[in-house]
Design a binder for this molecule. Structure first.
Ligand code: ZN
Length: 295
């Protein structure tokens, strides 16, 4: 009888340690709201500094090693100092996953119909608070339970969103700097999340991601399908030049999880009411399932 109980206890213990943690969607959404409460967070503003401080203080609270990677760039004849925030969990683990999101918001609502609004900064609830919100909630969870196989690096990119349409090289300045100055062993997987808070979420397979890293794209879509997340659609969609692109050029196994079908993109209507906690959950839980699953 005693042996039976012992075996039973052991079984419970094993199943507990193998369990994938649950993503807390309310906490994640509160990170989205906290960023929007600061206001528009564009390069050169006081608000982006407040947002940066929020991200860094949360990461430090969760015990991550935090590095601020500074770089200088010129946009429209104005010099900016950008700062990428790089956070590491479990540095001794040699197998690593990089998760990235940009935290700057576009200074210009230039997709508004009314041209007099084009120089007004956007609030950026989906673009980019949603990605940061998912990463911060993941930081909280990862700090509490070490994944068996991977150390995790979270990178919060600056200066993604000051580009000129149809001029690829003017976008993603923070991730370009990061990729070009990266040294050491590359992570096994690099996953960017951007614009994943849309209440009407549908994520298709982004073209560059699929063509560079079909295995990683398929792996994530399979993980999402196993969880029953219908928001992931296994259809290859158009080319989107996002923070994964400079990583691909630098030889990373990098993909982008993005829902580009968002009618409020680069308008003053990109506000928290267009986003949902459930969308953050679908993305966050998929990433947790990927990180913690046994294989
Ligand atoms: Zn944008």
């Amino acid at each position: 009888m005693f042996r039976y109980y012992l075996g039973f206890l052991l079984l419970i213990l094993i199943s507990c340690t193998n369990q994938v943690p649950e993503f807390n969607k309310e906490e994640a959404f509160s990170y989205l709201e906290a960023q929007c409460d600061i206001g528009p967070r564009y390069p050169g503003s006081e608000e982006i500094v407040l947002c940066r401080n929020l991200i860094i203080s949360e990461l430090k609270k969760f015990g991550a090693s935090v590095q601020e990677q500074q770089f200088n760039v010129e946009v429209n004849g104005i010099e900016y100092q950008g700062v990428n925030i790089i956070a590491g969990f479990y540095p001794r683990m040699s197998r690593r996953i990089l998760l990235g999101a940009h935290y700057d918001t576009r200074p210009w609502a230039d997709k508004e119909e009314d041209p007099t609004l084009h120089n007004t900064p956007i609030l950026g609830a989906n673009d980019a608070a949603s990605g940061v919100a998912v990463l911060l909630e993941l930081a909280s969870i990862i700090s509490q339970k070490q994944p068996r196989q991977y150390g995790i690096d979270l990178v919060f990119f600056d200066m993604e969103d000051m580009g000129e349409y149809n001029k690829n090289e003017t976008w993603c300045l923070g991730s370009s700097y990061y990729a070009q100055n990266f040294s050491g062993i590359k992570p096994e997987k690099a996953i960017i999340v951007d614009m994943i808070g849309d209440a009407d979420l549908e994520v298709e397979m982004e073209y560059y991601s699929y063509h560079n890293s079909p295995n990683l794209v398929n792996e994530i879509w399979d993980v999402a399908e196993e969880a029953g997340f219908k928001e992931f659609n296994a259809r290859i969609t158009k080319r989107i030049y996002d923070d994964h692109y400079p990583l691909i050029v630098a030889g990373f196994n990098a993909i982008d999880i993005i829902d580009f079908e968002y009618p409020y993109w680069h308008t003053l209507e990109d506000t928290p009411d267009k986003c949902s906690a459930n969308s953050l959950y679908v993305i966050g839980q998929t990433l947790l399932n990927l990180i913690y699953r046994e294989k």
